[in-house]
Design a protein around this ligand. Structure first.
Ligand code: ADP
Ligand code: ZN
Ligand code: ZN
Length: 768
């Protein structure tokens, strides 16, 4: 076996991988370094046989012997020398015609593995979709027919064919102008059989063979081409700034801070057009949740078939074909969620990250990368500008913009004189007093009245609540028992459709109890409010309204998301009730009312970003109202009406919010003043996990420089999940270099008891 440690060859992230296996020696070398899919975090050297020298490139997939097996690997370097002390085994073959990544993507993967403290093979897996990476990934090939190059029937022969076999004649006519059609398509259109096609082929008129057929995720969408509207003054200024970056030899990052409905998406589209005009391609990232048919239509309408779409609902086949369309240069614009960041657009002229503040950009498996941050790094490596956009930029990006590291451009006004919605804070404590004796209502009388007005005027309303299910807890007033998931430290949520309890962490279900499982009391209560309960309340209050609910329970089926939004757009729904799924990116001109049922919910999350998240969420939700001609109205129902995050959201006042929040972060030494990394230990035996966490903490403390503050170990806020105890350590450090070496040392020799695992999340965005 050709075992070789390679760490020393690739010393620092960001810097060019150098060493005797040099990237420049791309053609003539005799030694290739190969990464496999095995979880070994190391590469292996192979001899390049004579026949492949000069052909083999970085990024090529190759067949290699490995131990007694054969497998596929990817070439990561080519050179003339190996430190391996014995004879190298030879690469057997190049297994796919084109390299799957280039030097720049390889550098990005190396940086990502290093920075996010993840094994290199997981970084390679991140940059190549599984649908492309896996051996045997290929186009779908179907029996297809096309006109043969040489012989053609004479008019007499055509006439004879029409008499003898009208179906075959019709098939010939369909192919005569040079189209390629599958046998199935021909059969549908003309009724021709495969046998008749074979006869045409044997006469030399047509060619019948298996041909690649594109699986097109947009095949069912009907797209009308659009022309860009003339930009507003603010949009023109933003585009001028982006244009300068596109033209610059040393382009930077632009932060586009634009209120909801100010025309940010139009700016992205025009900026992408500039990149295309410069002969380059572009990538646009949107959070999965706002990758709606509406967004895809806007891109396709502007750029047509040159847009490739990458998102989680694609089949593997579709994903493979879309990726190959990009790799082959047929598609010049990649639109997608997180991982579209790695789309092989060449050359890359612009990277757009919409809603850059979205936590969904953080990958929840190894490597735990943040797509916005990796986009900034890719931009730097590619020498291409990066455009970050948001109505509520993250504190990290806003700080970079304020300090001049990023270029800040603003869109302060909504398009078409549409005014920002009128936001009203409803103090639910007073509401409770008004209805004394009846307990606190879920919807305040003002909000109910506002919905009623919308129904009367034929306008649409949105009710937002960030919790699905009917009730969020089931508890017994007699003995205090609360029904928890046996495997997770969370309450089970009651789901009325189906009458069961569900754990939102592990998905466990059990029948809803009608009496307390502890003391037998029949008084057991369902408390806390989920979207299902709001739906029930709304149905009772507005019996004639057409009400729909959109949350992860109602959108599980493929396309259900689109179906609900389509019905809402057509006006078939009066009131849409939903979770954050409806908070973002939707543009429905007839929505004139948004009610936030519990504006405090996101403040109660145990996370130092709770205020920031609340400000962002409320601003985004409020932005759904009044995007058409009729001004919008928004209600924030709250028990803490003077909370600063809520007050700033009322005025979409990013600067005041920022100034307050940044002081707190600095005082507490939280990001963006430090980098926060979590080390999470999980295992079935709580005592063993505790002990392991203590020992890891002690080893880290011994290695970490004094600038790094280590907190913990402590139970994670989600102290138990899926039957595993969870204990975490938090690291706060001025810079990544301060803690990465110590983390690496722990990862190399974690010394954990059996069954216990350790996960590192660099720049963690969730403490759960
Ligand atoms: P954002 O992304 O900031 O929410 P959009 O780009 O979706 O804003 O724009 C909001 C609405 O205004 C959309 O319907 C869009 O088509 C329209 N719009 C944007 N820019 C212009 C413009 N310059 N002229 C006319 N309409 C525009
Ligand atoms: Zn009880
Ligand atoms: Zn559970």
């Amino acid at each position: 076996m050709n075992v070789l440690r390679t760490g020393s060859l690739f010393p620092e992230p960001g810097g060019a991988p150098e060493g005797e296996v040099s990237p420049g020696a791309g053609t003539g070398g005799s030694v290739a370094r190969v990464i496999t899919g095995l979880s070994l975090d190391r590469e292996f050297d192979y001899r390049i046989p004579e026949g492949l020298r000069g052909q083999l490139r970085v990024g090529h997939a190759v067949r290699i012997p490995f131990g007694r097996r054969r497998m596929e690997g990817f070439v990561t370097a080519i050179g003339d020398h190996s430190d391996y002390p014995a004879e190298l085994k030879a690469i057997e073959a190049i297994s796919r015609p084109h390299p799957l990544f280039d030097e720049t993507m390889l550098r990005l993967a190396r940086w990502m593995g290093h920075y996010y403290a993840a094994p290199f093979e997981t970084a390679i897996a991140a940059i190549l979709p599984a649908a492309v990476r896996h051996e045997g990934a290929d186009f779908r090939r179907l029996l297809s027919a096309r006109r043969a190059g040489g012989a053609a029937p004479t008019p007499e022969e055509e006439e004879a064919l029409r008499k003898r076999s009208p179906k075959a004649a019709a098939a010939w006519e369909a192919l005569r102008d040079g189209d390629t059609l599958t046998a199935a398509e021909l059969a549908r259109a003309t009724g021709v059989s495969v046998d008749s096609l074979r006869r045409l082929a044997s006469r030399g008129w047509i060619v019948l063979e298996k041909a690649a057929v594109r699986r097109d995720p947009a095949a069912r969408l009907e797209i009308l081409p659009t022309v860009p509207p003339p930009p507003t003054e603010e949009q023109a200024a933003a585009l001028a700034a982006i244009g300068e970056e596109i033209a610059s030899p040393d382009p930077g990052v632009v932060l586009l801070h634009g209120v909801t409905g100010s025309g940010k998406t139009e700016v992205y589209l025009s900026a992408i057009q500039m990149a295309l005009d410069a002969g380059k391609g572009a990538i646009a990232l949107v959070p999965e949740i706002s990758l709606t048919p509406q967004t895809m239509e806007r891109f396709r309408g502007r750029f047509g078939d040159t847009v490739a779409v990458l998102h989680s609902q694609l089949s593997d086949g579709e994903r493979h074909d879309e990726w190959q369309r990009i790799a082959s240069g047929k598609a010049r614009v990649a639109l997608g969620a997180r991982s579209a960041l790695f789309a092989p657009i060449r050359p890359l002229g612009l990277l757009v990250v919409d809603e850059e503040h979205e936590p969904a950009y953080k990958q929840d498996e190894t490597p735990h990368y943040h797509a916005r941050d990796v986009a900034v790094m890719r931009g730097r490596l590619e020498g291409c500008p990066v455009l970050l956009g948001s109505a509520t930029p993250s504190l990290e990006s806003y700080r970079n913009a304020r300090s001049g590291k990023y270029r800040l451009v603003r869109l302060t006004r909504r398009i078409d004189r549409a005014v920002m919605p009128d936001i009203r804070v409803v103090d639910m404590r007073l509401e409770a007093e008004k209805k004394s004796g009846q307990g606190r209502p879920l919807l305040s009388s003002d909000l109910v009245e506002a919905v009623r007005q919308r129904l009367a005027r034929g306008e649409q309303s949105i009710l937002f609540l960030n919790r699905r299910g009917f009730s969020t807890a089931v508890s017994c007033p007699d003995c205090g028992h609360e029904v928890m998931c046996p495997d997770c430290s969370v309450h089970m949520t009651y789901h009325r459709s189906g009458d069961f309890l569900l754990c939102h962490v592990c998905g466990a279900r059990r029948p809803a109890p009608d009496k307390c499982p502890e003391c037998g009391s029949a008084e057991i209560k369902r408390t806390g409010t989920g979207t299902q309960r709001i739906e029930a309340v709304a149905q009772a209050l507005f019996p004639r309204a057409r009400i729909a609910r959109m949350d992860s329970d109602t959108t599980r089926a493929k396309d259900s998301h689109q179906r609900i939004l389509g019905a809402f757009r057509r006006g078939d729904i009066d009131i849409l009730i939903g979770t954050q799924m409806i908070a973002k990116g939707l543009d429905f001109p007839n929505v004139t009312l948004v009610g936030v049922v519990n504006a405090d919910a996101s403040l109660q999350v145990p996370d130092f970003r709770a205020a920031e998240r609340t400000f962002q969420l409320l601003t985004q939700v409020a932005g759904r109202a009044g995007r058409g001609d009729v001004p919008g109205e928004v209600f924030f129902q709250t028990s803490s009406p003077f909370n600063p995050a809520l007050q700033c959201a009322c005025h979409a006042d990013m600067d005041t919010f920022y100034d307050q929040e940044i002081l707190m972060r600095e005082l507490m030494k939280y990001p963006p003043f430090t980098r926060m990394t979590t080390v999470l230990l999980k295992g079935p035996d709580p005592a063993a996990v505790d002990a392991a966490a203590l020992s890891v903490a002690a080893r880290l403390r011994a290695m970490l420089p004094p600038e790094v503050e280590l907190k913990g170990p402590a139970p994670a806020p989600l102290a138990k999940a899926k039957g595993l105890a969870r204990v975490h350590l938090l690291l706060f450090a001025p810079a990544a270099r301060d803690y990465l070496p110590a983390l690496r040392a722990i990862q190399a020799r974690p010394g954990l008891p059996r069954g216990t695992s350790l996960t590192v999340d660099v720049d963690a965005h969730s403490l759960m």
